[in-house]
Design a protein around this ligand. Structure first.
Ligand code: ADP
Ligand code: ADP
Ligand code: ZN
Length: 214
């Protein structure tokens, strides 16, 4: 099963993708994670996109489509979860073509609905483990011991440079202008399932499982 998790920044896409990976052996393809990795490893592409990402704007379609194309060639285990991709109509068209070329199908697009007020709270309180990538939140998901990762025991918590109110304003505008048209695009293809993203992580997970019938 190959699915897209669609939603504004902070909607909980990464959180739910990780739950699907753990429960169903799916593979998470997050273009945001791939771009951040390119930045820390200092590749030319990483340097090129750094300022764009920090400002909260979208990087070019060409770059992210290239990143996804590389990953699609590999094994897809229990299926791919596209997290943060596609974000524009040209990216959606490109994904359709890439999947068709490798005889794969897109099974469902799950739209996670969360209002702006909740997004601001989620984004401004978000941090992750710099060692294993586990996600945390100042109010909604604290580690058992402050500053120490529950999963790997390391003390390397970090916050994203773009998780501030200023960048978030731009990211939300980019979402409403360029990404939200994908809701209509997939609705018209009869692939859209919308879930309420405002409940607890467990509640949202149950809704997603019900929508995917897994
Ligand atoms: P969020 O958690 O806010 O949804 P991501 O981690 O998915 O954010 O993305 C962080 C940044 O990386 C985006 O603001 C954008 O600059 C860039 N980015 C990630 N995915 C894409 C994409 N599919 N198209 C264009 N830019 C992207
Ligand atoms: P996205 O990948 O869509 O940008 P994340 O999964 O990173 O979003 O979630 C953003 C922040 O909100 C994280 O700190 C995460 O722990 C928290 N979070 C995710 N889902 C929920 C939820 N259902 N309720 C409360 N907080 C949540
Ligand atoms: Zn960790």
């Amino acid at each position: 099963m190959n699915i897209i998790l669609l939603g504004p920044p902070g909607a909980g896409k990464g959180t739910q993708a990780k739950l699907l990976v753990d429960a169903h052996g799916m593979i998470q393809l997050s273009t945001g994670d791939m771009l951040r990795e390119a930045r820390t490893s200092g590749t030319a592409m990483g340097q090129k996109v750094a300022a764009i990402m920090d400002a909260g704007e979208l990087v070019t379609d060409e770059i992210v489509i290239g990143l996804i194309e590389e990953k699609l060639a590999g094994d897809n285990g229990g299926g791919f979860i596209f997290d943060g991709f596609p974000r524009t109509l040209p990216q959606a068209d490109a994904l359709g073509e890439l999947l068709a070329k490798s005889n794969k199908t897109l099974d469902s697009v799950v739209e996670m609905q969360v209002d702006d007020e909740a997004l601001v709270r989620r984004i401004t309180g978000r941090y992750t483990c710099g060692n294993c990538g586990a996600g945390y939140h100042d109010d909604f998901k604290k580690p058992k011991v402050e500053g120490t990762c529950d999963d790997c025991g390391e003390q390397q918590m970090k916050r994203r440079a773009d998780d501030n109110e200023e960048s978030l304003k731009t990211r939300l505008m980019e979402y409403y202008k360029k990404t939200s048209p994908l809701i209509g695009y997939y609705y018209a293809k009869e692939q859209l399932a919308s879930v309420n993203g405002l409940g607890s992580m467990e509640e949202v997970s149950s809704e997603i499982n019900a929508a995917l019938k897994v």
